[in-house]
Design a protein around this ligand. Structure first.
Ligand SMILES: *Cc1c(COP(=O)(O)O)cnc(C)c1O
Length: 433
C-alpha cells in the first residue's frame, strides 16, 4: 500500500518510508491510498471475537501488503496485551476505558504498535540509528518513551513544556534512561511542537541524522488507534446495544477521533462522532463557521488536549474531500471550561460512583449534552484519573488509590535537559549526540 501526503506536493511513499519519515517532505500528513471496507462476514462475527483477533483483521487491511502476516500478528498481539473494557456509567452511556496499558493512557496502543513496527523495519534493513522526536503536552511523552524503551537502533527525545505537565506524567518519561532522553523546554506545548517541526524541515540536520516523529502525525502511531473502536462496537453488540452508536472523543491533536473516522469508513456502523474539547475550541469554531483559524493554545486542567492547531485536522479535511458539510454531517463539537470539567467530574462521581479524568469528563459531558434518546453513547476514557492526582482529588475532595504501575514511576529519579524555544541550540544538541 502506498501513502500520499495531504499536501500532494511529494510523491507517494511506501509504508516503511512513511513510518520512518513521519511527516511528508511537503509537511503534509501521510494518508493510506485506500481505506478498505471490511467484509460483512467480519461485522457479522465481530461480537464473538477478542480484541486481538479484531485488531489483527483491521491491521491487515492497512499493513497486510507490507508486513508478513505472522510478524504483523505478533506486533498486534504483543501491543494489545491489555484490555479496553466498555463500562456502563449510567443509562445508555458507556465509558471505553483505554487506560489499562503500561502508562495508563490510550496512547499506549499507538506508541507500542509504532515501536514494534519501526523496530521491525530497522532490524530488517540494518538502517542507521533512528531518532524519534516527540513533542508532548503530557501523555504522549510517557506512552512513546515506554513503548520504545530498550528498542534497539532507536533513540527517543521527548520535548515537553517546563512546569506544564503533572508530576506523574513527567516522571513517566524523565526517569527511564537508556535510549530515552527528556528535554524540558521553557515554553508551551506549541513551542515544543514547533521545534520538532523545524527539525524535520531542516535540511542539514536531516542529511546528518535520521529523524522521525512519534506524534499522531506518524501513520504507525495513528492508524492502530482504529482498533479499539471496533472492539467497543463488538462489546455493545454482545449486549444488543449496537443501534445508533455515537462516539464522543476527548480531542487535542485529533488523532484519536480521526482513527475513529477511518473505522467508520471501513464500514464500522457508528452513526456519528462528537469531538469534545476543553477551552481550545478551534475545531468547534471550524464546525460553526467553516473557517479554520489556529490559535495559541490555552492551558487547562485537561492538559493533553491543550492544542491550538490540531495536526490531524489536515487528515479530516482530506478524508472528507474538504467538504465542510460532509464533516458537519459526521462530527459535532463541544467545548468546556475548567469549571465545567470540574463540575462534571464531581457530579458524575457523586451520582454514579464513576470517577472521570478531566479529559474523559469532556467526552462524557458532550454525550450528556448531545445524545438523543434513541442513541447509545460511548465516550473514550483516555487516561486513568490518578494521572491527574491533585486535580482530581481536589475536585472530589477525597483521596484516590494510585495504581501500582504509577507508584513505581513516582519512585524514579527525574533526569532532563533544559533548553529554550530557540531552534539553533536544539539542533546543536541533536548533532552533538
Ligand atoms: C493525547 C490525549 C488526548 C487527545 O488525543 P488526540 O489524539 O491528540 O486528539 C486526550 N486525552 C488524553 C488523556 C490524552 O493523552
Amino acid at each position: 500500500m502506498l501513502y500520499y501526503s495531504t499536501n500532494k506536493q511529494v510523491k507517494e511513499a511506501t509504508l516503511e518510508e512513511a513510518v520512518v519519515k513521519g511527516l511528508a517532505g511537503d509537511k503534509g500528513l501521510y494518508m493510506p491510498e485506500k481505506i478498505k471496507r471490511l467484509p460483512d462476514a467480519f461485522y457479522h462475527n465481530i461480537g464473538e471475537m477478542t480484541f486481538q483477533e479484531i485488531s489483527f483483521i483491521v491491521a491487515e487491511a492497512f499493513f497486510g501488503d507490507d508486513v508478513e502476516a505472522d510478524v504483523l500478528k505478533e506486533i498486534v498481539y504483543d501491543t494489545l496485551n491489555f484490555d479496553t473494557p466498555l463500562v456502563n456509567v449510567k443509562d445508555n452511556l458507556y465509558s471505553l476505558e483505554l487506560f489499562h496499558g503500561p502508562t495508563l493512557a490510550f496512547k499506549d496502543v499507538g506508541a507500542r504498535f509504532m515501536a514494534r513496527l519501526l523496530g521491525y523495519f530497522t532490524k530488517n534493513k540494518k538502517q542507521k540509528e533512528i531518532n524519534v522526536l516527540v513533542a508532548t503536552s503530557g501523555d504522549t511523552g510517557s506512552a512513546v518513551a515506554n513503548g520504545f524503551l530498550a528498542v534497539k537502533g532507536i533513540n527517543v527525545y521527548v520535548l515537553y513544556p517546563k512546569g506544564k505537565v503533572s508530576e506523574i506524567q513527567e516522571k513517566q518519561f524523565t526517569t527511564l534512561g537508556q535510549n530515552i532522553t527528556a528535554i524540558e523546554i521553557d515554553g508551551t506545548f506549541d513551542d515544543c511542537q514547533a521545534l520538532v517541526k523545524s527539525a524535520f524541515s531542516d535540511e542539514e540536520l536531516n542529511t546528518k541524522i535520521k529523524l522521525t516523529s512519534a506524534n499522531s502525525i506518524n501513520i504507525a502511531r495513528f492508524l492502530p488507534q482504529a482498533f479499539y473502536y471496533f472492539y467497543a462496537y463488538a462489546q455493545l453488540e454482545r449486549q444488543n446495544k449496537n443501534k445508533n452508536v455515537v462516539v464522543s472523543v476527548p480531542s487535542g491533536n485529533f488523532g484519536n477521533i480521526t482513527a475513529g473516522l477511518f473505522a467508520k469508513k471501513m464500514g464500522l456502523p457508528i452513526k456519528r462522532f462528537i469531538a469534545a474539547n476543553n477551552r481550545n475550541d478551534i475545531f468547534l469554531n471550524y464546525l460553526l463557521t467553516g473557517c479554520y483559524t489556529p490559535k495559541p493554545s490555552i492551558a487547562t486542567i485537561a492538559n493533553a488536549m491543550d492544542v491550538g492547531d490540531p495536526s490531524n485536522f489536515a487528515r479530516i479535511l482530506d478524508l472528507y474531500k474538504y467538504s465542510h458539510n460532509a464533516i458537519c454531517n459526521d462530527i459535532s463539537g463541544y467545548s468546556y471550561t475548567d469549571e465545567e470539567i470540574m463540575k462534571t467530574v464531581a457530579e458524575t462521581y457523586r451520582e454514579t460512583g464513576y470517577l472521570l479524568d478531566p479529559h474523559g469528563a469532556c467526552g462524557y459531558q458532550a454525550l450528556i449534552d448531545g445524545l438523543c434518546p434513541d442513541e447509545t453513547g460511548i465516550f473514550l476514557e483516555t487516561a486513568h484519573p490518578a494521572k491527574f492526582l491533585d486535580t482530581v482529588e481536589n475536585i472530589i475532595d477525597d483521596k484516590i488509590t494510585v495504581p501500582i504501575k504509577l507508584q513505581e514511576f513516582m519512585q524514579g529519579e527525574k533526569k532532563s535537559i533544559e533548553l529554550t524555544t530557540d531552534f539553533i541550540p536544539f539542533k546543536k544538541f541533536l548533532l552533538s549526540r
